[in-house]
Design a protein around this ligand. Structure first.
Ligand code: ZN
Ligand code: FE
Length: 254
C-alpha cells in the first residue's frame, strides 16, 4: 500500500504526496506550489524522492523547481513536454514504468487537455493520478487536442481496475455533478454520488478520491458509448467520440 496526503492549494487544486512506508520513497504529484508540500514533509517526517508532473500548466508545476532544489528529488515528466516543464530528470512516454520505492508506476499517455498530458498509475496499490484528464463526474477541457483524442484517453483510464482509487488534481466534483445531472438525470449512481459529494463538501471535506467503479457508473464523460447514457442525453449514434464531443461542448457552455 501507499499513503496519500492530499493538500488543497490555490483555488481548487490538490497536491498529493504519496509515501511508501516500507522504503520511505515519497513522491509529490503536480506540486502547484512548494510551501504546502514542505509542510506535509515536515509534519510527517518524510523525505521527498520524486516529483511527478502530469502536464505543463502552472497550477501543476509551479512548485517543482523549489522542491527539487531543496530536496534533490527526481522529477518525472513527459518526454513530449520536456521543452516546457523545467527540471525533468526522467522523460517518460506511454507504457513506461518508473520505480518509486518498491512500487511500480505505469505511465499512461492521455492527450487532449494538453498534447503531452500523462497519468500515473501505482500498479500494486491501484492508485491513479489522472491530472486534468479525468475529474470525478467530469473531465478536463480539451485545450490542445481533439475530442476524439480525449475520448480515447478517457477510455484508457476507464480500462484500469474498478477498485482503482482516483485522485484528480482539482476539486470540481460539485459543479461537475450539477452538469452531469442535466445529461443523465435518471442515473441512480449519479444521484447517489452527487448527494455524497454535497454532504462531504458541506462538512468541509474533500470529495476525492473517487473510485474507477464509481466513475464508470456515474461520470457521463466515461459513458459516451453507453446506449443508456446516449438515450438520456438525447444523443445516439455509433460514434462514441462524437457523442463525447457533444457532451464536452455542452459542458463548456454550461
Ligand atoms: Zn491543466
Ligand atoms: Fe489544472
Amino acid at each position: 500500500m501507499v499513503e496519500v496526503e492530499q493538500t488543497p492549494v490555490l483555488t481548487d487544486n490538490y497536491v498529493h504526496v504519496v509515501h511508501d512506508p516500507e522504503t520511505g520513497a515519497t513522491a509529490a504529484v503536480d506540486p502547484a506550489v512548494a510551501p504546502p508540500v514542505f509542510d506535509v514533509l515536515d509534519r510527517r517526517g518524510w523525505q521527498l524522492s520524486h516529483i511527478l508532473c502530469t502536464h505543463h500548466h502552472g497550477d501543476h508545476v509551479g512548485g517543482v523547481m523549489d522542491l527539487k532544489q531543496a530536496s534533490g528529488a527526481t522529477v518525472v515528466g513527459a518526454l513530449a513536454d520536456a521543452h516546457r516543464i523545467l527540471g525533468i530528470d526522467i522523460e517518460v512516454k506511454d507504457g513506461d514504468h518508473v520505480a518509486i520505492g518498491r512500487h511500480t508506476v505505469r505511465v499512461l499517455s492521455v492527450p487532449g487537455h494538453t498534447a503531452g498530458h500523462v497519468a500515473y498509475f501505482f500498479r500494486e496499490a491501484q492508485v491513479l493520478f489522472p491530472g486534468d484528464c479525468l475529474f470525478s463526474l467530469g473531465c478536463g477541457r480539451v485545450f490542445e487536442g481533439t475530442a476524439e483524442q480525449m475520448w480515447r484517453s478517457l477510455c484508457k483510464l476507464r480500462a484500469l481496475p474498478d477498485d482503482t482509487r482516483v485522485y484528480p488534481a482539482h476539486e470540481y466534483t460539485n459543479a461537475n455533478a450539477d452538469f452531469a445531472l442535466t445529461i443523465d438525470p435518471e442515473n441512480a449512481a449519479l444521484h447517489a454520488r452527487a448527494d455524497e459529494v454535497l454532504a462531504l463538501r458541506e462538512a468541509g471535506r474533500s470529495s476525492l478520491p473517487s473510485t474507477m467503479a464509481s466513475e464508470k457508473a456515474a461520470n457521463p464523460f466515461l459513458r459516451a458509448d453507453d446506449p443508456v447514457l446516449q438515450a438520456a442525453a438525447g444523443l445516439d449514434g455509433p460514434d462514441a467520440a462524437a457523442v463525447f464531443a457533444e457532451i464536452r461542448r455542452r459542458k463548456d457552455c454550461f
